[in-house]
Each structure stands twice: as structure tokens, then as C-alpha cells.
Design a protein around this ligand. Structure first.
Ligand code: HEC
Length: 100
């Protein structure tokens, strides 16, 4: 992974999955308790997604580069640390199987 991109994302803190689990309670209504049971077909699965992708997506909703009327208000109150914790939690859940 590119070190410059890593630094640019501000991701110096790796995230705490148990803190992320606590913070994910508001997200569970739509994304499912472990990010695996989206409540509608247009709600993405978060389980097993790369942590840095999740942080990047949340930052984009927060700063308006990714526009979505549902997720913008969800991302708005989050600090970078909240995003890192949430990302650490969801990225550790078993998602769809990938062949490597
Ligand atoms: C009211 C329902 C709802 C809630 C609550 C909700 N989300 Fe979402 N989330 C969505 C929908 C719908 C999308 C797809 C939006 C789009 O098309 O960009 C989404 C997209 C995302 C994405 C982008 C995923 C991808 O594959 O690009 C992330 C990350 C995310 N949500 C995280 C969270 C987190 C973290 C929380 C809790 C703080 C949360 N969401 C709360 C409905 C919700």
C-alpha cells in the first residue's frame, strides 16, 4: 500500500474494534449488527470491507465528496477516531468469501 495515501488519509491510529462495536449501534439498524445484514438492497454490506476504504468512505460522506442523503448525517458527527474504530470493527467481521 502506498505510504503517501496512508498518511494523507490521516490514518495514524489503527482503530479499536471493541470501541467500534459500541459505536456501531446506530449503524446496526441499517447495516446489521455485524455489518452483514443490510436492511434494504441499496444498503451496502460493511463486514469484511477494508478498514481504510471504510474510513475513506465515511470521510467522503462527511466532507460532501460522496453525496448521500442517508449517510451524510450519519457521518457528520463522527470524529476521525470514531471512523477508525468503526472501520476496525467492520473490517474484522466475516464478510463475503474472497478467493486469494
Ligand atoms: C438509515 C440507514 C443507515 C444508517 C443508520 C447507517 N447507514 Fe451507512 N449506508 C446506508 C446506505 C443506504 C448506504 C449507501 C449509500 C450510497 O449509495 O452511497 C450506506 C453506505 C455506507 C458506507 C459506504 C459503504 C461502501 O461500500 O461504499 C459506509 C462505510 C457506511 N454506510 C457506514 C455507516 C456507519 C459507520 C454508520 C453508523 C455511524 C452507518 N453507516 C449508518 C444506510 C445507513
Amino acid at each position: 500500500m502506498c505510504a503517501a495515501a496512508w498518511l494523507a488519509s490521516g490514518a495514524a491510529y489503527a482503530g479499536n474494534p471493541s470501541a467500534g462495536k459500541e459505536k456501531s449501534k446506530t449503524c446496526a439498524a441499517c447495516h446489521g449488527a455485524d455489518g452483514n445484514s443490510p436492511n434494504t438492497p441499496d444498503t451496502p454490506r460493511l463486514a469484511g470491507q477494508h478498514a481504510d476504504y471504510l474510513v475513506k468512505a465515511l470521510l467522503a460522506y462527511q466532507n460532501g465528496t460522496r453525496k448521500n442523503a442517508i449517510m451524510a448525517p450519519m457521518a457528520k458527527p463522527l470524529t476521525l477516531r470514531d471512523m477508525e474504530d468503526l472501520a476496525a470493527f467492520y473490517s474484522r467481521q466475516q464478510g463475503l468469501a474472497t478467493f486469494r
